[in-house]
Write a protein that binds this ligand. Structure first.
Ligand SMILES: Cc1cc2nc3c(=O)[nH]c(=O)nc-3n(C[C@H](O)[C@H](O)[C@H](O)COP(=O)(O)OP(=O)(O)OC[C@H]3O[C@@H](n4cnc5c(N)ncnc54)[C@H](O)[C@@H]3O)c2cc1C
Length: 422
């Protein structure tokens, strides 16, 4: 329990979910409506949700982000300023996709692959007409389709066939480069959540909004009531009806089902001798296979390799377990640096977002034709049940700052609804 206001059985606003969106909403309400009592309920045992920083075993000063890591669109990303406000360090080393150091860059094959990738994204940008899946934009038979497929899985967490071109084209994280928080993005979001009255380990199972006036909120720790509820849980949780609405809200469940979470998982490999690999350098496991990892060697100089797996490969490796993921990554690193690199490597930390009980995946994508459902998901119901979370953002979906923005927008709507009722 953190910052609990002690009572909490009957409050003005209950916020369900202590990730980026729930915390942003709570902080906003605290700032603009001191008169309202709020309580955040989080099913897990920590704040942050998909923002989660762990420490490198034996090196407490090395932060490893198992979830979000990059401050995308850093100049207009709300978390950039918050990081500085709370005394954390924003590191401005360029990301590999915007001028950062890359291992493979000068040979003819890499150049040819880059051209094919560039052409694919140009075709995507200029796509007109009805929505389609991303695979429809592939050039049949192009020898670099494997690498394009791999990149697609890192972006959406799903194979190209599953996700929408229109939704992809609406994605806009905002201007600016991508930066990192030295102490971890997860640290940042949980630190920002500290002043919020919150209860951890409280899983909401049912929202009873049958009656005018107070809304009943059933949890594993008893029943609460509130005048307004903000739901920020992931689309996979909503689609699986882990929270029952009474009366049901089928438009929300159906929208969530067509905005499922893709899967991306991270594996951190410890390095016995950091100097064995260059610092802050990017490497692709394979430039031709679709099922390949993307690797950040020694991020921020740390003695680790950060491996990133997306889509079907991430599902397979998560199912097979840590050793399988470790040996997959070690093979790809050995392919580049020789077999001796294996002796340097150990398993330091690994995520399993599909299996995370209250989350169930990494970030939302839209099925073809489903992009407009983000607005359906975000719309308040009856001016009493509000929704926020990354999937509710039209253009910053799948990001932690998009989640933040939807939390603030929901808080403003909640405040306005109380002003109208007053
Ligand atoms: C591997 C990975 C890499 C990523 N990389 C980046 C990146 O570099 N940059 C970026 O901006 N974003 C990235 N993201 C995405 C980003 O982490 C998410 O978009 C964002 O954190 C989602 O925040 P949210 O508040 O919408 O949802 P969540 O963080 O999922 O918060 C919802 C909370 O609700 C809780 N909850 C669920 N059910 C219940 C219930 N019944 N009762 C009570 N509580 C419940 C959950 O435990 C959770 O804490 C990444 C994500 C992953 C997994």
């Amino acid at each position: 329990m953190s910052g609990d206001n002690g009572k909490g059985a009957d409050v003005d606003v209950v916020i369900i979910g202590g990730g980026a969106a729930g915390i942003a909403a709570a902080r906003r309400l605290q700032a603009i409506r001191l008169d309202l009592s709020i309580l955040l309920l989080e099913a897990g045992d920590r704040l942050g949700g998909r923002a989660w920083t762990v420490r490198l075993p034996g090196a407490a000063d090395v932060a490893l982000d198992l979830g979000c890591g990059w401050l995308h669109g850093a100049r207009t990303n709300a978390w950039t300023d918050i990081a500085e406000e709370v005394g954390l360090t924003v590191d401005r080393t360029p990301a590999p996709w915007s001028g950062g150091r890359r291992l493979q860059q000068n040979d003819a094959e890499t150049q040819a692959a880059q051209e094919a990738i560039g052409a694919f994204f140009e075709r995507l940008d200029s796509h007109e007409g009805d929505d389609a899946d991303l695979a429809a934009v592939l050039e049949p038979g192009n020898e670099w389709n494997g690498q394009i497929r791999a990149i697609g899985t890192y972006i959406t967490g799903a194979e190209l066939e599953r996700s929408s071109v229109v939704d992809y084209n609406r994605y806009d994280p905002g201007p600016g480069p991508d930066w990192r928080v030295r102490q971890g993005y997860g640290t940042l979001i949980s630190v920002y959540g500290r002043p919020v009255p919150a209860r951890l380990g409280v899983e909401v199972s049912r929202i009873d909004h049958r009656h005018a006036g107070r809304i009943g909120i059933e949890t594993n720790q008893g029943v609460l009531s509130a005048r307004a509820v903000l739901v920020t849980v992931s689309t996979n949780m909503l689609a699986a009806e882990k929270i029952a609405f009474d009366p049901p809200l089928p438009e929300k469940t159906q929208a969530a089902a067509r905005l499922p979470l893709g899967l991306a998982d991270k594996l951190f490999l410890g390095l016995a001798h950091p100097e064995a690999l260059p610092p802050d350098t990017h490497m692709l496991g394979s430039i031709s296979r679709g099922a390949t990892g993307t690797y950040q060697l020694r991020p921020l100089g740390a003695p680790v390799v950060e491996a990133y797996f997306g889509g079907d490969l991430a599902h397979d490796l998560e199912r097979e377990g840590g050793e399988a993921a470790f040996s997959f990554a070690a093979d790809e690193l050995a392919g580049q640096f020789g077999a001796d690199i294996r002796k340097e490597l150990s398993l330091a930390a690994i995520s399993a977002w599909a299996a995370a009980p209250h989350i169930g995946g990494s970030y939302s994508y839209a099925e073809p034709g489903a992009s407009d459902l983000r607005a359906v998901l975000a719309a308040p119901h009856d001016e009493r049940i509000f929704f926020a979370g990354e999937a509710c953002s039209r253009s910053r979906y799948s990001t932690a700052h998009g989640a933040y923005d939807t939390g603030v927008a929901a808080a403003d709507r909640i405040a306005a609804s109380f002003s109208r009722k007053a």
